[in-house]
Design a protein. Structure first.
Length: 421
């Protein structure tokens, strides 16, 4: 009898193991080889070099070979890694547990909850948090990036309560109740910082977490829809300079764009990546029925216009097509190239925007994808390069892990390719 029970137990255990293997293999089989190889290479770099098994989290500062530069855990870098781990758990189920543990660390050690307006600290190092006099919209918006994607992949009521608490405080800190939109900075002593309005203040709340949260937290859409509508409708009117073919980056408190009258010293410079990111925000909005049909058509038209005018700027590209990528920074008045390095995140944003146009830019997507996967992942030392130079040589002095760099942009790009291909 004991022998029979033992054999049955073995058969049951073997059967469960096989089912688990089949599930994992099935999930991975849906992932194109280039995407899967890139994701494995990216996460293994941080798993091997940055993970602290005692703290159950990841350090942020890593050099080209994976050497730890400091023991800082940055809020944005960790949140973006949570995003990547949570999304990739669809293909690598083991990543979900680490996403949950890293998110728990963020909420315990980087989130300031014992205040009327909760916020995220910039970093913690050896148990000591930075003590800011003010916070910026970039770090606060992307602090919610990973938590939101984790909730999308592993719904949890307690996690959603945390997200709501920080979202509500985010809106109270940055939202301009008089002129609309958001300020980019908030002082704990003086409140919203005059003169801090930027394009990023309009885009980042949406692209970092709010659009993603709106898609999944259906029962609480009333929390997000007023902000989504106000920011996108405002951006539609002021964020794009069609005459120059570049985004407006800097604004006064009334959302008047900085005029940039001095050709040699413009009041802001531009990146092709922000052109593509703005186009992406509009193209996502074309399917949101919280907007009128007229507005949705205008969003789509404007998104396409931004892409078209950016693709026509021959001076920013290194070939007659997109096969060699594009530069990082430009003078918006003269179109003079200010930085001819190629930045990983900007190419991700371009691919995302193009992917939202169906088959319209299939050739361009294929060219950029081929360039990206050949150029930015480092399969020798792991991870991916921040910059490559104009000749496609890696700039190895730039950190592969830093205050804002971990896994987000590449993973988000793969996500949109998977959803739209």
């Amino acid at each position: 009898m004991k022998r029979t029970i033992f054999l049955l137990s073995l058969i049951f255990a073997f059967s469960c193991q096989n089912k688990k293997q089949v599930k994992t293999a099935s999930a991975n089989s849906n992932l194109p080889e280039a995407y899967g190889r890139t994701l494995k290479n990216l996460f293994s770099f941080f798993d091997k070099n940055a993970y602290d098994s005692d703290l159950k989290t990841y350090y942020s500062d890593l050099d080209n070979e994976g050497k730890l530069i400091s023991k800082k855990v940055y809020n944005v870098a960790l949140s973006r890694l949570v995003y990547g781990l949570a999304y990739s758990s669809n293909f690598f189920p083991e990543n979900l547990d680490r996403a949950k543990k890293a998110a728990a660390f963020q909420l315990k050690h980087l989130a300031e909850s014992n205040t009327t307006l909760p916020y995220f600290h910039s970093f913690v190092e050896n148990g000591k948090k930075d003590q800011p006099a003010q916070v910026d919209i970039w770090q606060q918006a992307y602090g919610l990036c990973g938590l939101t994607e984790l909730y999308r992949n592993a719904p949890d009521d307690r996690l959603l309560e945390d997200i709501h608490r920080f979202h509500d405080a985010f809106v109270k800190k940055f939202k301009d109740e008089k002129n609309g939109g958001f300020f980019s900075e908030y002082s704990f002593e003086n409140g919203q910082v005059s003169g801090s309005k930027t394009l990023q203040a309009l885009m980042y709340p949406i692209t970092a977490y709010m659009h993603n949260l709106w898609t999944v937290d259906v029962g609480n859409r009333n929390k997000y829809e007023p902000v989504l509508k106000e920011n996108l409708l405002l951006a539609k009117e002021i964020a794009w300079n069609g005459e120059r073919g570049w985004v407006n980056v800097k604004f006064d408190d009334h959302w008047n764009a900085c005029p940039s009258a001095d050709e040699k010293n413009p009041c802001f410079t531009v990146t092709p990546g922000h052109n593509f990111q703005l186009a992406s925000a509009f193209l996502r909005a074309k399917d949101m029925k919280i907007f009128s049909e007229k507005d949705r058509k205008e969003f789509e038209k404007l998104g396409i216009e931004i892409i078209e005018k950016t693709l026509q700027k021959n001076s920013i590209f290194f070939a007659e097509n997109l096969s060699q990528g594009f530069v990082s920074e430009v003078n918006p008045i003269t179109n003079a190239v200010l930085d001819d390095r190629k930045t990983w995140w900007q190419h991700c944003e371009a691919i995302i925007a193009l992917s939202l146009c169906g088959e319209k830019y299939r050739k361009e997507i294929d060219q950029l994808k081929s360039f990206f996967f050949k150029s930015f992942p480092d399969f020798e030392n792991g991870g991916e390069y921040f910059f490559i130079d104009k000749n496609n040589q890696a700039i190895t002095k730039e950190l592969k892990g830093s205050i804002g760099k971990s896994s987000y942009h590449t993973v988000e790009m793969i996500r949109y390719l998977m959803e739209n291909e």
